[in-house]
Design a protein. Structure first.
Length: 293
């Protein structure tokens, strides 16, 4: 049965103008029973959902960010009206099954919930002792290669963005299936000069062939391994590390920010695994007899 004109309009409005609001509202409702908010904490009610005063104040502050004058009664009414409209769109979107049936919205909501979980994890402070311990345990990870032997697969950028994406995905698919790197480069890649020597080269010498950005990226990859597409110059480069010789570990203070980023990313990954495990524990999940276990 086809959607009515009203449902199609609701779908377009929800996707085009209220997706951010949908995500925020869905996440908030997943974490807090909004209907349980006291009237003292609500500035408005839309069906069974309350609009919290903190939510209203945050939206008003965002509106006034670029203003120099004090908020007017019109400003306040405008913000509240937008929050009411957003709530109505969210409720309508759920009512017509948009969250259940639209893959793009489902993926956006999932991504937003991941970001929510990561934001909570980012609030944890990492001590200096923890940071130094992480560096000591992962020193090889932060030690760039002194000499490298690299193979390259190059995809030249065109003005056709969808075609670029399709070519990159085709390369990824071939490499993922185990096709020989050089064979893939011949079949799917573009010619690029100068050709890379089939021998170990010092990083500084590798600059002459790849430039500093690609060389530095390659120097931090394990051997053997293949990178994903790295944008540089006129296109994208897939790099295969054939061999590498480790260099001198950098001083902790010289790469402190890099270590902190790596430790935070690892912490985020662990937090997401724990968060998903918690979601699975509280859910009733049933698998068909022939479903993979």
């Amino acid at each position: 049965m086809e959607d009515s004109g009203e449902e199609k309009l609701s779908r377009r409005l929800l996707m085009a103008g209220a997706l951010a609001g949908l995500l925020i509202a869905l996440i908030a409702s997943a974490q807090t029973d909004r209907s349980a908010l006291s009237q003292a904490g609500a500035i408005a009610s839309v069906n069974d959902a309350h609009i919290d005063r903190t939510e209203y104040a945050t939206a008003l502050q965002a509106l006034l960010a670029d203003k120099t004058k004090a908020p007017t009664a019109k400003d306040r009414a405008l913000v509240l009206n937008r929050l009411i409209e957003e709530e109505l769109l969210v409720q309508r979107g759920i009512e017509i099954g948009l969250l259940e049936g639209d893959a793009s919205v489902r993926k956006a909501v999932a991504r937003a919930v991941i970001d929510f979980a990561m934001t909570r994890n980012a609030q944890k402070e990492i001590s200096e002792e923890e940071l130094r311990g992480f560096y000591a345990a992962n020193i090889a990870r932060f030690t760039p290669a002194a000499r490298l032997q690299i193979e390259r697969l190059f995809i030249r950028r065109s003005n056709d963005a969808p075609a670029n994406i399709a070519r990159l995905d085709k390369v990824r698919d071939a490499l993922r299936k185990g096709q020989d790197f050089n064979e893939t480069a011949t079949q799917l890649g573009d010619a690029v000069l100068p050709p890379l020597p089939r021998s170990l080269l010092p990083r500084k010498k590798m600059y002459d062939y790849l430039g500093p950005r690609l060389t530095e990226a390659a120097s931090r990859l394990p051997s053997p391994s293949i990178s994903d597409a790295i944008a540089d110059g006129e296109g994208w480069h897939f790099l295969r590390i054939v061999r590498s010789e480790p260099g001198t570990p950098p001083a902790f203070d010289d790469i402190r920010a890099q270590i902190l980023t790596a430790m935070q990313r690892e912490s985020d990954d662990a937090a997401l695994v724990d968060y998903l495990a918690w979601l699975k524990e509280r859910a009733a999940i049933l698998l068909a007899d022939d479903a993979p276990q």
